[in-house]
Design a protein around this ligand. Sequence first.
Ligand SMILES: [Zn+2]
Ligand SMILES: [Zn+2]
Length: 377
Amino acid sequence: MDLEYYEVLEITRTADAAEIKKAYRKLALQYHPDRNQGDKEAEEKFKAINEAYQVLSDEQKRATYDRYGKQGLDSQGFSHFSDMRYEDIMGDLGSIFESVFGGGFSSGGFGGGGSKQNRKYNLDLEAEVTLAFNEAIFGTKKEVSFSYKKPCDACDGTGSKDKSKATCKECKGKGQVFYRQGFMTFSQTCPECNGKGSVVKNPCPSCNAKGFSQVDDKVIIDIPEGIDNNNRIRVAGRGNIDERGTRGDLYILVHVKEDEHFVRHNDDIYIEVPVFFTQVALGETIKIPTIRGETELELPLGAKDKQQFIFKKEGVKNVHTHQLGSMIAQISIRYPKKITKEQKELLEKLQAEFGIETKHKDEKFESVFDKIKSWFD
Ligand SMILES: [Zn+2]
Ligand SMILES: [Zn+2]
């Protein structure tokens, strides 16, 4: 790998610090070994990117390189990544990665863990609240109980009685250990210190060496009108507290109970309306409930079972746009399961009135019956 550093990072010779960082970020993510397991070419490329960045992000090294090239650096004792052992590179990268990507990434692993470096717990916290169907639709105030973590007062969060920690021997304080399998190097959280990089000597009795305590708390939150099941409400600055006093946020996951009549789908409300067949036949207008009161459904003559009728703006107010959804009324036509002698007579009379005679076979099917018979002759 003897490409020019600028070429490797795909930037011009006049690129400034921000451009260099941006280019490195993009390429390092693209060629990171975690994403290219077993790909030798990606590994080489990754090394080259890191070497280039280590030089170009350092003003002095960059100036030397600009004037004297790689030989100039060599004469100053700079070691090329391409000549280094993979483990050493990954070990060294910790600080580079932290400065470029922030605490969220470690050199050893992308994704999954998040910002757990030297932190015993995530700062953001989740709690849950259950709302009645109408509380979610119209909004309300709710008291939510939760419990957050804070550094143990007795040991200042160290987990150690005398507040001392020893560097973990297994990972030499890096929190990660590297191991080889064939030609590939893998990294994992140090099993000895669980990634903390340090071990507790004299365990603190009040927190069992955990270094933190759990505090019960309550918060009253405004539930906005239109919130839906599985939405999250963020309460800033009510999460866990770390040793430096930084506090995360509390996220409240909303569960909404179902209603026995209304079914909510996003901002729309569905309701099933049972109607008797005579009501459909007569085209009656019936009163139906809405989430805010009532409205009228005019049954058109010839309405079919499961036919839907849309009532605009009778739905839920969208929690973000404040636009009202619709109510969809679906009719379910009911027929009598039993009829009295008198009812039967009335219906027969009605049927005759429509010119339909009572008989077992309809003439229009005669030809069909004949056809079916012929199939089996
Ligand atoms: Zn360790
Ligand atoms: Zn303690």
